[in-house]
Write a protein that binds this ligand. Structure first.
Ligand code: SAM
Length: 349
């Protein structure tokens, strides 16, 4: 048997490989290893979640950001970005619409908007939770103090997504300005977990300067951190960022990594991301067929969607938008999956 196959068998049985072994498995990716990983990943996912696909209504509540991440279209130095912040009543209207469509999780995502006080966010959370007690709320609003995270949790937030971006300090420093450090990012993730949030990390596939070794380090980090959720999607350049001339990440590698992550943690909540659906028209279906089990259609008001542009060409109308949930249901049925009306919490191991 070749070495890749041996490593996949080992990962399937033990949920663990060394960094060197992950690196080998990525560097020597081929048709045979892709197919075996995919079939094991689908099998594991079916054991835990059957053929269910969980949907989350993504509401992009503000594109104002005090950070200057080199890859991101809403970085503060992008003066061409038309800024907006939704009001509480705008956000509640999105939730109303989402609830009627069958969403039972709302993901509130934003840049690091300095005007998001704990009071404002807690007021928002308590309004959403009292209107929709059967829904989960996920926050994805960046780095905050442990005290702030605690208040948000106490006000009813259930989950928090904070991609670690890169588990390698040097690579992290090539993606971010000096004031943003991997150490702070990891501390936030640890705080979130300690408080009791269902916590998600993640990274971009094919970001500038990323090596195969870096991806192996990311996988090892996921293995040790044991997140409840993990968001990975291809890097896509944005024309008004320092990384405008770099090429986009590879959808096939992204799917390969989704399969590996499913084997590392079979019950993980793993989205087939919008970025994956942007680089390939059938990217989200391919993601599900590689072991993902979550899709996050956009519920933001149409008037702001084009302004929340993290990268060029982001899909924002049509099948991926929440209003077209029926089309999504049909495309999932075609590949043997069922979109369910469910909070979609992590299943116990
Ligand atoms: N501000 C919050 C934070 O830092 O976690 C959440 C919003 S941030 C824009 C959400 C994610 O978008 C980031 O974690 C990053 O991985 C991803 N992202 C940003 N720019 C991207 C790009 N050019 N291509 C692909 N993904 C990108």
């Amino acid at each position: 048997m070749n070495k890749c196959i041996n490593l996949i068998e080992k990962l399937y049985k033990t949920k663990s490989l060394s960094i060197d072994e992950y690196e080998y498995l990525i560097a020597n990716r081929n048709e045979e290893s892709t197919q075996l990983l995919r079939s094991y990943a689908v099998q594991k996912r079916k054991e835990v979640y059957q053929n269910k696909v969980f949907v989350r209504g993504l509401i992009e509540i503000s594109n104002i950001c005090k950070n200057d991440c080199y890859y991101c279209g809403i970085r503060k130095s992008n003066l061409n970005c038309e800024r907006y912040r939704l009001s509480i009543s705008d956000i509640l209207s999105c939730c109303d619409e989402g609830y009627a469509l069958g969403f039972r999780t709302f993901v509130l995502q934003a840049g690091e908007d300095g005007s998001f006080s704990d009071e404002w966010l807690c007021d928002l959370l308590s309004k959403i939770k009292s209107s929709y007690p059967d829904c989960a709320v996920t926050l994805s609003i960046g780095e905050r103090s442990k005290e702030s995270y605690q208040k948000l949790y106490d006000a009813g937030a259930d989950r928090y997504l904070l991609r670690h971006e890169s588990a390698d300090e040097l690579h992290y420093s090539k993606l971010h300005p000096k004031n943003l450090t991997l150490k702070d990012r990891i501390e936030c993730l640890e705080n979130l977990k300690e408080i009791g949030f269902q916590t998600g990390c993640g990274f971009m596939v094919g970001s500038p300067y990323q090596t195969t070794r870096n991806i192996a380090q990311d996988l090892k980090f996921i293995e040790s951190f044991k997140p409840d959720m993990c968001g990975i999607g291809p890097f896509i350049p944005h024309k008004q960022t320092p990384f405008k001339d770099y090429k986009a990440g590879d959808a096939s590698l992204c799917c390969y990594l989704l399969s590996i992550i499913r084997l590392i943690k079979p019950n993980i909540l793993l989205p087939a991301t919008t970025a994956l659906g942007t680089v390939e028209t059938d990217g989200r279906e391919r993601g599900i067929l590689s072991g993902a089990n979550v899709i996050m259609p956009n519920l933001s008001p149409m008037s702001v969607r084009k302004k929340y542009t993290l990268y060029d060409g982001k899909i924002s109308t049509g099948e991926e938008s929440a209003q077209s949930l029926n089309k999504l249901k049909i495309s999932m049925q075609k590949i043997g999956y069922e979109v369910v009306v469910d909070r979609g919490d992590i299943s116990k191991e």
